[in-house]
Design a protein around this ligand. Structure first.
Ligand SMILES: [Fe+2]
Length: 457
């Protein structure tokens, strides 16, 4: 594909659904592990109409898809649009209301988390999260009980040891980005403004025991792109110095910045301290990724390890896996500490849509989840087959204190025979075997962004 077509994010596996559905007691092949008691929720864009010639994948109204598991059963499936003002109006409903940052009300479409007893749909670049009910109805927009001064972020990192939820907020009109710590009680504990030039997009970040790891990369806000009518005005900016920043979590010092070669990163797998150094594993795009068109001339997106050496002021890189992949996840209980395992998704349809390297040769190998053992350097692949488009995979532990990788890996996978989605549950320690359970959902689920397993206990 030489000239990316914006309609590509409205077709095929990206095509939005038109209905909100509630179904109880879903059919299951296999046996849902009885330990899984909670909800698997996933957010993603689901535009209300198909008539926008400038549609950008990142700007569709958020729709959350959820499956409730309990006692070895799949109790329900629900999908609900997040009721922003515009989405409520489209449904001829009263907007539930809530705070709005800088007139940026938006149906948060990027991730969904649970924190301090609330279910929150999140998005970045200015808007606030939306709080949802347990059954995915919209409570309203949410600013952490009036303790958040600005907008929030799509990606958050929960440090299980401290109960602190970390985020990096950015907004085009700010001359800084903002590190936010939300306490276990759901109120903002501290914010730190970090001056940055050019208004960079900071989609994700990483956390270690000592540091917040900032990725200040050359994709920045562009007024020129606004005047050209680009709906998401963040462009590749070769004049913006790419750098990695280490912000001490204890607030003892400012950011230690280290220049790096230009590249783009949407997602980090995890990071940890290693002596005085910091190890970050992430999915890296080569230079030239244009967020405004979602197009990279060079691919694929690889899994790489960065070793940040603050004393030497340098970052070295090592390729962990050169296969095209995205949506890297770990066992979230390990966040900020050394991890051994990682899970990521091979999504041929996304790779084809965003890079020139999206040729998988045989489509039977274009839909897979990978399990990386970063200690042994091995990768296991669970292939789903032709047209069985898979999304991000998340890890659910067998129990609260189970070892890393002792649990399940779950994802929505398109079932081409039924023309609808399945929730596929794999045993993490028997990764290439048949799924332990496949929950058959009543409808398609468009390719989306991020989800989480949210246990009830
Ligand atoms: Fe993301």
């Amino acid at each position: 594909m030489s000239q990316p077509d914006r309609q590509r994010f409205l077709e095929g596996s990206f095509a939005p659904v038109t209905e909100e559905i509630t179904v109880f007691d879903l059919p299951v092949t296999g046996q849902i592990p009885a330990q899984l008691d909670g909800r698997y929720l996933r957010n993603g864009p689901n535009p209300l109409g198909l008539d926008d010639p400038n549609y950008h994948w990142f700007l569709g109204a958020g729709m959350v898809h959820g499956v409730r598991l309990r006692g070895g059963k799949a109790e329900w499936y629900r999908n609900r649009w997040v009721r922003s003002k515009a989405v409520a109006a489209e449904h001829h409903q009263t907007w539930p209301g809530g705070p709005v940052h800088e007139n940026m009300d938006f149906a948060a479409n990027t991730c969904i988390i649970a924190h301090a007893g609330r279910t929150l749909a999140t998005v970045e670049a200015g808007p606030l999260p939306y709080e949802l009910t347990y059954e995915l109805g919209t409570v309203g927009s949410y600013d952490f009980a009036s303790t958040l001064p600005g907008g929030f972020a799509a990606h958050t990192k929960l440090d299980k040891a401290t109960g602190e939820l970390h985020a990096i907020a950015y907004f085009w009109a700010w001359d800084h980005v903002q590190h936010v710590i939300v306490g276990a009680d759901g109120k903002v504990v501290r914010t730190t403004d970090i001056p940055v030039p050019d208004g960079p997009m900071m989609h994700d970040f990483a956390l270690t025991g000592k540091y917040v790891v900032l990725l200040d990369l050359p994709v920045t806000f562009s007024l020129n792109a606004v005047t050209q009518g680009k709906e998401l005005p963040y462009v590749w900016n070769p004049d913006h110095q790419a750098r990695v920043g280490l912000l001490p979590r204890d607030g003892s010092a400012g950011v230690h910045w280290i220049d790096i070669e230009p590249c783009w990163v949407f997602h980090c797998l995890n990071a940890y301290d290693d002596g005085g150094n910091v190890v970050v594993d992430l999915c890296q795009y080569n230079q030239g990724f244009d967020v405004s068109t979602l197009w990279a001339a060079h691919g694929p997106v690889t899994l790489d390890r960065w070793i940040i050496e603050p004393a030497a002021g340098k970052v070295t890189q090592r390729r962990l896996d050169d296969r095209g992949q995205e949506f890297p996840r770990i066992d979230d209980r390990i966040i900020s500490r050394p991890h051994r395992y990682g899970y990521s998704a091979v999504i041929g349809e996304v790779a084809r849509a965003i890079t020139a390297a999206g040729d998988f040769g045989d489509d039977a190998f274009a839909n897979a989840i990978l399990k990386h053992d970063l200690a042994s350097g091995t990768v296991q692949t669970h292939d789903f087959g032709k047209d069985a488009t898979v999304g991000e995979a998340v890890f659910a532990p067998s129990s609260r204190d189970a070892a890393e990788d002792d649990g399940y890996v779950m994802a929505f996978v398109h079932n081409p025979d039924r023309g609808a989605a399945d929730l596929v549950i794999l045993a993490a320690q028997d990764f290439t075997a048949d799924p332990v359970a496949v929950v058959h959902l009543p409808a398609r689920i468009p390719l989306g962004f991020h989800g989480n397993w949210l246990p009830d206990h």
